[in-house]
Write a protein that binds this ligand. Structure first.
Ligand SMILES: Nc1ncnc2c1ncn2[C@@H]1O[C@H](COP(=O)(O)OP(=O)(O)OP(=O)(O)O)[C@@H](O)[C@H]1O
Length: 378
């Protein structure tokens, strides 16, 4: 995905410094048919500021979608949210098996744009029927004409053709379908939108159109913040103000997107970003081919720091004790090495020893994307 400098730069100036969401001690587990408890998000706390896009990065299976389900209050069996608190505008929503979700929260305070949403629209429903269903789920008394007027106004505000409301899903292109679903999921002006892999099935120009629309929605105060979950690190770096890097159900590192990309403080972030591009100037056209090994099975995660079996910087303490959060709530790294080496750049060649790291040429398109994202950030 190529990027215009102004879009990326604007994304970084939207955040106000005012708090939008404080999420404390979120824990959720899947209960398997065999009766096993798989803790997919384990005691995670994050904060998001007004106007901010918080990107969530991490390898497959590290808990990104589960975190999205907790934040959007959409967890369903076999996932059980076991504890935590969400705080928005001074109001609290307690989480847990016995906590009651306030009706006014789902859709209005937090809203989910689920992974693959565009394929889950019934082929026999027109877009306008979906609009009415979504609005009616929150307001039993809403009239069809009111719902459609609201959607039509919103489509016009965001430059989408109002005639798309009369279309069946198969009549829309993939990119248009995703933009339409995004608009529908924000019709109630949620404070926070959680977008789970919103761009992953789209071609490059549709990715750009969707991201532009999301940023315009933030500018127009349709919502006040976005949690953007994706595997695609160049996209994440372009769109996010801050990035949270997840590993095995925990936040390994969180911080300003550019800081995370150029000066990661956690060995896992360095390795993950190194698998896209090696930051050292002498290796700009090379990257590490993946991180050796694979994320742990969350049924039985490693003791101490969960990344220690794959980390070339691991010390004895990392195998036994939970790592400390080094930094503050907006920028921290959960790592003993970071604690013992303040201000020292993570040596990627020691995180992934050279005999295990296969260096490959960075493909032209990826290098251009990253160069564009960097240019935009300046
Ligand atoms: N239905 C389930 N039963 C048991 N374990 C599950 C179930 N769904 C997910 N998990 C486990 O929960 C963990 C987190 O899954 P999650 O889907 O949140 O990860 P993710 O980072 O979003 O992955 P991806 O990028 O592939 O979507 C994974 O390790 C997975 O094995």
């Amino acid at each position: 995905m190529t990027d215009s400098p102004s879009r990326a730069a604007n994304a970084r100036t939207r955040a106000t410094g005012l708090r939008l969401l404080d999420a404390h001690n979120l824990t959720a587990a899947y209960y398997t048919p065999e009766g096993n408890r798989v803790v997919a998000v384990d005691d995670v706390s994050i904060s998001i500021n007004e106007g901010e896009v918080l990107g969530i990065a991490g390898e497959s299976g590290c808990g990104k979608s589960t975190l999205g389900a907790i934040l959007s209050l959409t967890a369903r069996e076999p996932l059980v949210v076991e504890g935590g608190t969400l705080e928005v505008d001074g109001k609290q929503q307690r989480l847990g098996p016995r906590a009651k979700v306030q009706r006014t929260w789902r859709g209005s305070v937090v809203s989910l744009l689920p992974q693959g949403a565009m394929n889950s629209i019934s082929p026999t429903m027109r877009v306008r029927d979906l609009v009415f269903d979504v609005m009616r789920a929150h307001d039993r008394g809403v009239k069809r004409s009111e719902a459609l007027d609201r959607a039509r106004d919103r489509f016009e505000e965001l430059g989408l053709p109002a005639r798309a409301l009369d279309a069946y899903p198969h009549q829309l292109s993939g990119g248009m379908k995703q933009r339409v679903v995004t608009v529908i999921s924000t019709l109630l002006n949620p404070r926070l939108l959680i977008a789970d892999e919103p761009t992953s099935a789209l071609d490059v120009s549709s990715q750009k159109a969707l991201i532009d629309m999301l940023l315009q929605m933030l500018d127009n105060k349709i919502m006040s913040g976005v949690v953007f979950i994706t595997h695609d690190l160049p996209v994440l770096r372009t769109v996010s103000n801050r990035i949270a890097v997840m590993y095995a159900g925990k936040i390994a590192e969180i911080g300003d997107a550019e800081q995370i990309a150029s000066e990661p403080r956690h060995p896992y972030s360095a390795a993950l970003l190194g698998s896209v591009l090696v930051p050292e100037p002498g290796f700009r056209n090379k990257r590490v081919k993946g991180i050796p090994g694979s994320p742990p099975n969350l049924l039985n995660p490693p003791s101490g720091c969960r990344f220690h079996p794959r980390c070339g910087l691991a010390m004895d303490v990392c195998t036994k004790e939970e790592p400390p959060e080094v930094g503050d709530v907006l920028r921290f790294s959960s790592c003993f090495w970071t604690q013992q080496n303040p201000g020292t750049p993570v040596p990627l060649d020691r995180v992934i020893p050279s005999e295990e790291a296969t260096m490959v040429e960075t493909d032209r398109e990826l290098a251009d994307q990253l160069a564009g994202a960097e240019e935009g950030a300046r």
